[in-house]
Design a protein around this ligand. Structure first.
Ligand SMILES: Cc1ncc(COP(=O)(O)O)c(C=O)c1O
Length: 343
């Protein structure tokens, strides 16, 4: 019999603290779909957008789902603080700081380049929710600082739960296994089987959780991560390994290989955080057709990937594709000088 994953089963495996407004909406995007219809007069695929940008925690985003389990673990281990890392405009760091504020933990954000938008976007929110922000000049400096900080806090009797970049541990990825349970229910209510599910993939946790959740729920969706920086097989391997570990934590377990990981690498641009013309076109198109705002670092590249697949004719009029909007919108303001044409 196909194993069917449930939220109760996940909560029995790992403590979870509710932080997000769930379920997030699953919205139709008819004007976007019409704009992407082929020139021959036929309809294009139906497009549904899963609004994980609306998880609600200080501007929301995908990390809130992971943090429900990560903060659950931190409280379970009686930690008094959390330490995490990322780029200066890290959405993950901002949501971690917000989650910590909400449950009364101290948050230490050890941030590294690219340093964009000082005092703006995510950094502004980090400050407002009371996080300690430590800016480092390199990844190596950040790693050393995390270690020394964890030791200092432990010695001071305020042990910290250290969350790696993106919250992408098996515990964090459970949040996206749970997202599959939620999305499957929403699709079943509409009688829809998606031909593809798309989202930005960067530190492996979202895609690993989606893969583990899909296997656990017995659904055979094509789960497409869209890379936001140049990478390839090494990253696929990382995702497969994390998916295997997540499935084992979630329940009966499953093994994932590189071949199980669908990763679109053609829309990443030259580097992390570099805004591309394709991302700009995608961001403007979704804003003008559906009034849904993407971010320049992750979701605009992911939407560019989905648009690229639709324009290449991968989906027909009877197909439905799902785009998971993973958030990141505060970065719009930190990158405004690169995005705005009215200055
Ligand atoms: C807005 C946004 N989308 C997508 C991602 C990618 O998620 P993951 O790191 O789990 O691959 C991130 C991660 O930082 C993000 O901030």
């Amino acid at each position: 019999m196909t194993p069917i994953l449930t939220v109760e089963q996940l909560e029995a495996r790992a403590p979870r603290v509710p932080l997000a407004h769930l379920p997030t909406p699953l919205d139709e995007a008819p004007r976007l779909a019409a704009a992407l219809a082929p020139d021959n007069g036929q309809r294009g695929p139906r497009i549904l957008i899963k609004r994980d940008d609306l998880t609600g925690l200080a501007f929301g985003g995908n990390k809130t789902r992971k943090l429900e389990y990560l903060i659950g673990a931190a409280l379970h281990e009686r930690c008094k603080a959390v330490i995490t890392t990322g780029a200066a405009q890290s959405n993950h760091a901002r949501q971690t700081a917000a989650a910590a504020a909400k449950v009364g933990l101290e948050a230490y954000l050890v941030l590294r380049p690219p340093i964009e938008g000082l005092g703006q976007g995510n950094l502004l929110i980090d400050e407002l929710v009371g996080a300690h922000v430590i800016l480092c000049a390199s990844r190596d400096e950040a790693s050393a600082r995390i270690q020394s900080l964890a030791e200092e806090l432990r010695d001071a009797g305020r042990p910290a739960y250290v969350i790696p970049v993106g919250g992408s541990t098996p515990v964090g990825a459970l949040g996206y296994a749970q997202c599959v349970v939620e999305l499957q229910e929403q699709l079943a209510e509409r009688g829809v089987e998606p031909a593809g599910v798309y989202f930005a993939s960067s530190s492996a946790g979202t895609q690993a959780g989606m893969l583990a959740g899909a296997r656990g729920c017995g659904v055979a969706w094509s789960i497409w991560g869209v890379a936001v920086e140049p990478n390839g097989d090494e990253f696929r391997r990382e995702i497969a390994e994390l998916a295997t570990q997540t499935a084992s934590l979630a329940g009966p377990g499953a093994r994932f290989e590189v071949a199980d990981v669908l990763l679109e690498t053609g829309f990443a641009g030259p580097a992390y955080g570099v805004y591309t013309p394709e991302a700009d076109a995608a961001l403007r198109l979704l804003a003008r057709t559906e009034a849904i705002l993407l971010d320049p670092v992750y979701t605009a590249k992911a939407m560019a990937g989905l648009i690229g697949h639709i324009r290449a004719g991968r989906y027909g009029p009877d197909d439905t594709v799902v785009f998971i909007h993973t958030g990141g919108t505060p970065a719009l303001f930190a990158y405004a000088d690169q995005i705005s044409r009215t200055r």
